[in-house]
Design a protein around this ligand. Sequence first.
Ligand SMILES: [Zn+2]
Ligand SMILES: [Zn+2]
Length: 382
Amino acid sequence: MATKRTTNYRRKKRNKNSLLYIALSFLVAAIAVGVIIVCILAESEGWFDSSNDVSDVSKDVSNEYSEDSLNNSLITDVSYISEEPDESVENISGEPDVSDISDVSDISDISDISDVSDETSDKEPEQNDKTKAYEDYIGIDYAIDMTKYEQYVAPKNEKDFLFLVNPDNPLSKDFVPADLVKCTNIRAGRPAEWSKMDRTANYALEAFLLEAKHYGFDDITVTNAYRSYASQNSLFTNYVKSDLKSDYYCDKCNEYIDVSYEKSKVKNGKCAVCGEKLRRPTKEETTAHVLTYSTRAGTSEHQSGLCCDMHNLPATTSAFDNTPEAKWLAKNAHRFGFILRYPEGKQHITGIKHESWHFRFVGRTAATEMYERGLTLDEYLG
Ligand SMILES: [Zn+2]
Ligand SMILES: [Zn+2]
């Protein structure tokens, strides 16, 4: 009996131990599963991702530039200073009011936005949400109250805004827009002169950026609006001066090398491609090169006061091109009377490389027509 009892006892004890092991195993397994779930969540929410868009592009920023990248101050805050439609300030300060778009019923008119969702589907969740909101409401109605902005977005004198500014159609040295106001979305710290914009264009822009804010694009600011003849002149002259000093020319490849972003093409003063000894470019060669990213005084659209450069990066670079912000702006500009003035693949027509940040006011009728027909202002007026 004693032995039996002992055996029973041992068996019981063993059973008890096994139960304990099983319970412990379950506990360990449960903890492991818990840890895995937390890891997956953290990954998808980007908790471990310390980088952000700005730091990703900072490499490009130092290497690339354009006429708009001068005086690159860091993004500070959006200062919405409104002179005319005073009530708008209230709209801007608060959270986007989603209630006024709840009655949107007709979503059948969404046509060419499928490519946007494809391109951004593998981005971070935050960006997907932005794109989703955009997909849901583009082309249906304005999210913001347009009552006080209609007169600016679609002005009675729309034809007055339809003219070209380029080397073939320069503005005179004395041309100053008649009615410049302080740009409502100018980035803090920008030169005072560049912070002005034509009154009509400015309030159309205010509506445009209010709508952008509604869809979550709340950090887009204007870095350049109006630029005088004199300031464009010194800008261009300085570009030529500095490129003349730093750049190279390969006679064998017959190629201009801008060391600001093609440093790898130079090896100990020789061409990395053919080995030829490089020489400094002539003033003519340098000027021709500068003209691919900047414009001579009188030929810059900025002198018209009708355009602006806006983005959410420290500087204007091609890094902005594929951001959800750039895509949203490009797809919605016409609704507020603006056009993406220098689109991709149209350099042979506009004379200027693609600028995803440069928007020109032309009024909603013309802007919508150009957008729908895929025309540049040059083609539309030509
Ligand atoms: Zn070469
Ligand atoms: Zn510009």
